[in-house]
Design a protein around this ligand. Structure first.
Ligand code: ADP
Ligand code: MG
Length: 271
């Protein structure tokens, strides 16, 4: 077979296999092979990497439609030097996603602006790119949807739907207090996912304060019991990234009470 016939045949194979990412780069790679600026091994690697990158992008686009992710955040834009209390190795290793295989949870704790949602989204984005089903919600939206489903007699269906994703992100636990019935519904969801699928939660409140957030220390403690049973905790103590241009507005780490919340200057300013 002549060289041009071989290339044409490779292109047919790539089309048959549904590999448009590789198809798009093959001519450029052949040119580099011909002029000796790339080795055959490198060319093969690039050919496959182009397809993997396209698949990742397509998975993410489709996840963006169905998962309600508010934005795309990745670790490559996360400045670890700004947040020295974060164990970079722990975050990198969580991004390998073995916690999802083991159906473990991740809880990110810390005051506003320290990157909890950024890291939670970045875990969800990585999972979506690997083809995992993900779903994102704030706690208050999640509870609203559960309350609504219960009213319409569709609670079972809703709980089944929320049981499905390999990774559920529940953001902003603690900003808005939850009603007794909301707490009860969320507890049912936590129970339904316990040891079946991973949940990533973020909160600006310490666990001790969850009793207050959920208006019922007994249910909150039963919920924490399940959530913490197989769980990675990321406790972030630091300044708000949003307020980084105004260092005077952030409370120094040592004054950020892990227990009772003190009203922070930044919150007074932003109120
Ligand atoms: P939190 O959820 O803890 O309140 P976010 O994750 O929403 O904080 O962070 C607030 C904003 O600052 C977001 O736009 C986020 O991408 C950005 N951000 C936070 N921490 C960092 C960081 N260390 N490096 C880069 N961007 C950050
Ligand atoms: Mg947040």
């Amino acid at each position: 077979m002549s060289a041009s016939a071989t290339i044409a045949s490779i292109k047919t194979h790539l089309t048959d296999l549904g590999m448009p990412g590789s198809l798009e780069v093959i001519d450029g790679l052949m040119a580099k092979l011909d002029n000796g600026s790339m080795s055959p091994a490198e060319a093969m690697e690039h050919l496959l990497a182009a397809q993997v990158a396209l698949r990742r992008e397509r998975r993410l686009v489709s996840a963006m439609h169905s998962s309600r992710l508010p934005s795309i955040k990745r670790l490559d834009t996360f400045d670890f030097s700004f947040q020295p209390s974060i164990d970079r190795n722990q975050i990198m290793s969580l991004h390998e996603l073995t916690f999802i295989e083991r159906k473990e949870n991740v809880i990110l704790l810390g005051p506003a602006g320290v990157g909890k949602t950024h890291i939670a989204i970045s875990l969800a984005v990585t999972a979506a790119e690997k083809g995992k089903r993900i779903y994102f919600s704030t706690l208050s939206d999640l509870i609203l949807s559960l309350v609504e489903a219960e009213k319409q007699g569709r609670l079972r269906e809703k709980l089944n739907f929320l049981k499905g994703p390999s990774l559920l992100v529940v953001d902003e636990i603690g900003y808005i207090p939850v009603t007794a019935s909301g707490t009860n519904l969320f507890f049912q969801l936590v129970n339904a996912r316990y040891e079946r699928a991973s949940t990533v939660l973020t909160s600006d409140k310490s666990f001790k304060e969850w009793g207050e957030v959920f208006g019922d220390p007994v249910v909150a403690s039963a919920m924490l019991d399940r959530l913490l049973h197989h769980c990675h905790i990321v406790n972030i103590k630091g300044n708000s990234y949003r307020l980084r241009q105004y260092p005077g507005l952030s409370l120094p780490y040592e004054q950020q009470s892990p227990g009772r919340r003190t009203k922070r200057k930044s919150q007074e300013v932003l109120a």
